[in-house]
Ligand binder design. Sequence first.
Ligand code: ADP
Ligand code: MG
Length: 615
Amino acid sequence: MGKVAINIATGSLQTEEIIVGIDLGTTNSLIAIVRNDTRQPLALRETDGLTLVPSIVHFDEYGNTVVGTQAREMLLTDPARTIYSVKRLMGKSYKDVKDHAGFFAYNVIDDDTDSLVKIQIGDKFYSPIELSSCILRELKARAEHILKTTITKAVITVPAYFNDAQRQATRDAGRLAGLDVLRIINEPTAASLAYGIGAGSNEESTIAVYDLGGGTFDISILSISNGIFEVLSTNGDTYLGGDDMDRLLAEHWANVHNADNTNKLLMQQLRVTAEEAKKHLTTNAQFETEVAGMKLQIDRADFEKLILPLVARTITACANALSDAGLTTPQIDAVVMVGGSTRVPLVKESVKQFFGKEVYDKLNPDEVVALGAAVQADILAGKNTEMLLLDVTPLSLGIETMGGLMDVLIPRNSKIPNKASRQYTTQKDGQSGMRISVYQGERDLVKDNRKLAEFNLTGIPAMPAGLPKVEVTFLIDADGILRVSATELRSGVVQTIDVKPQYGLTDEEVENMLLDSLTHAKEDIGVRALVEATTEAQQMLDTTEKFLSKYADAITDDEVQATRTQIEVLNNAIAARDKDKIQLETEKLNEISRPYAERVMEGALKDAMRGKKIL
Ligand code: ADP
Ligand code: MG
């Protein structure tokens, strides 16, 4: 039975739920929907008239938060508790960000490890996911206030270059904010959807999306065919944007007036004024004001001189992206302008000149990504029948590997059709068959996932363990049918099976499986580490046993004794399921056996050499 919702504001029945589109930006975030009456995407506007919410969170000493414009005002007065640019930290470890640690005025915890970064505010620690969820919660509340209905479903955009960890972190932030994230889509894809490019089912085109925001620059080359967007290449600079223009102008003014450029408060005042000037110069030739007794002025020509090197860097990146995609400018069918900084006339002109064509700039460049996310949301809601649904796999698909681990070949949310292959090998000498078990789900152990199919690849010719090359290929066709095949490459033995992965799973079941994977994520990481350590230990034990029996003559009694003792210690560690101890004892066994193993191998090598005729 379906659910019926009542809109409290209007008292009317609301039979369909609104799915919103969200641009979770580095500098600004916003939310958009497709209007039911006009069928046009629209950025939601609060009573203050603004669509953009600065992506800034301020924490007071009790842990209460404010988000947006109000938080931005605290940047200067309370820097240690005012978090900006958190998007840069999503899915990152400290090692990933340490080169830019100076960029953050707040405390990014430096534990110099591969674990994910945390931000310290007062005596509390927050993950980037939690901080992003504060922004999303604010956006959700805004939308609910404006639309007078609860919002629970969203499409969120991310940069095309975001990896799985960063996408997952974004998804988790949504979940934490009480949003069911139906899909994560690429920002350039969203921008082209907002313009309706590539929406027709038989359309084929190649487009460039030029995105210059507050602190980042991205250029993406996309190929669109039959409604499927493929990223051909991305390029850019994660530390280049409109903020740099403001900084250049502020420094210029400080120079002109011989002002103290180490005075933080003054420089910040100049930067704020510089941003104002930059925006003014977009539509005017001249800017003039007075700050701290200084007469600040600039005309467009001088401003352009200041920012020219910066704009030139973006054009170089465009050229690199094109050459990476193996394309030249005439092969680009459309150029889409994204990001507030593309309003700067010099930027627009330079891009037009480089690509040799007019650009798409009719939509607000700082809203276009959210508008496109709303279009995607509308398609998912099934309300837009004109456009093609970009189909993706709802859950990851993979096979069982040693120790019952799930090895994913096609991750969830991959586009359909799709193909992926990976090579595996045998564990035992002379192993003639291999069982291929196909699973669907997000958990690390196959026993927690859903088994779809199983078959045996038989007739592998006798070879030592590790020598056969079994290539497993997953192929999903346009109808969502998965074909799994396994081939032993040295002998050519093949086995194939067809499965229909989505069959029998309701949306709710898919949701539950995802939820499950989230709640068990930590536990799964622990289990995976244990299984991997155990598998490695077992292999070490196998090899050692083999060695002891095969080369008994070459090993001393003491060595055998020490090895036997250590084998027992390691077996006990395995039985105790203690990952650290297993690793430690495996290493010890390795140390004990290494001297005689090397001796034996050296001898074998000499024997082999002796057998060879030297001409
Ligand atoms: P992000 O994608 O990084 O969140 P936005 O797309 O919202 O950022 O772009 C923010 C940048 O756009 C800021 O540097 C801002 O100063 C700049 N910007 C906004 N409006 C204008 C304008 N009229 N002229 C020039 N720059 C602008
Ligand atoms: Mg942006």
